[in-house]
Design a protein around this ligand. Structure first.
Ligand SMILES: [Zn+2]
Length: 321
């Protein structure tokens, strides 16, 4: 129904109905609609600028809750990490040393997540909080896994503790009274002739040609051979992840596959291979990686003697490579 407009007619003293042309009416309505729309938009804009709309209010509230949850999670993670590091401490310094095994490293046991894992979160407003928490969780998972592997190993070891105690290398490979000169130490060293940083995977014990060389733990002779660098060498497999190597020998007196007991003579000190003087190059290999043999001289010496030996070990070498 169209709205009628009236105009007073002074001549007839009545109201005449004014009929507007359709176009004029249309424009009037359109103008009204546009003005109303603009007005509503401005009000809406101002309102949302100064006040939260219910939807925004809800989102904001959820955001705040998420931030609180993340913070709580970080706190709990920190507490769990603290407990885990206490367990790791006991594991490394009590349990593992009871079985005379080295500290277990995370390398090679657990592949870390690629950095790209967090890329998707980087553009987020809360990126640092989220990435921080996630990487903390990943780190925690990694350490937890490492601990479980370590405990599995310990469990296996405890089943055969006696045999293990006899097998793990634990004495000097030569008579320490016959040691001549200082000990060439284990680890990275500046090579004496090549002048580059090179890993020395064992220790060098100076002696005289013919001095007896002893197996440092029960085991099976794995190889008796002559190699380029090592010269005449003997490799013994002790089980439980341990092997020992004796190199630059003058004579080997065991056969491959032969069972040997700790303290049994297996060879004689020599100067074969790339060696610059009579000495024994002695390696302890655990799980395929060389470890410092000095830490396995426990049965032969007191802690004080051991400390003195470690302090006197030098980077000088009897070897030419
Ligand atoms: Zn050496």
């Amino acid at each position: 129904m169209t709205k009628k407009e009236y105009k007073f007619n002074p001549r007839t003293l009545t109201y005449d109905v004014i009929t507007m042309p359709f176009r004029a009416r249309f424009y009037r309505i359109a103008r009204g609609a546009i003005v109303a729309f603009l007005f509503a938009s401005v009000v809406n804009f101002l309102f949302s600028y100064f006040f939260y709309t219910p939807k925004m209010y809800r989102i904001n509230k959820e955001n705040n809750e998420l931030v609180i949850k993340y913070s709580l999670m970080q706190e709990r993670l920190r507490a769990a990490q603290k407990t885990l590091s206490e367990i790791a401490q006991r594991d490394n310094h009590v349990y593992r040393s009871l079985f005379a095994v080295d500290t277990l490293g995370v390398e090679g046991i657990y592949t870390p997540y690629p950095e790209s894992k967090y890329v998707r979160m980087e553009r987020d407003h809360f990126a640092s909080l989220m990435i921080g928490t996630w990487s903390q969780m990943d780190d925690f998972a990694r350490k937890l896994y490492l601990r479980s592997v370590s405990l599995d190993q310990l469990q296996a070891m405890s089943m055969d503790k006696e045999q293990m105690a006899a097998s793990v290398p634990a004495i000097w490979p030569i008579n320490k009274k016959l040691l001549r000169g200082s000990i060439g130490r284990f680890g990275g060293r500046n090579h004496p002739t090549l002048h580059v940083w090179k890993m020395h995977e064992g220790i060098d014990l100076g002696g005289r040609i013919g001095d007896p060389v002893y197996a440092t733990g029960d085991g099976v002779v794995k190889s008796v051979s002559t190699m380029n660098g090592y010269g005449k060498q003997v490799l013994i497999d002790h089980g439980f992840g341990y092997q020992t190597r004796y190199a630059h020998l003058s004579r080997q007196i065991v056969e491959p596959g032969q069972r040997v007991k700790r303290g049994e003579q297996i060879a004689m000190v020599g100067n074969t291979g790339r060696s610059s003087g009579p000495h024994l190059h002695y390696e302890v290999i655990y799980m395929g990686h060389p470890v410092n043999p000095i830490n396995y001289f426990r049965l032969d010496m007191s802690q004080q003697e051991l400390d003195e030996i470690i302090a006197s070990a030098t980077a000088t070498t009897y070897e030419t490579d």
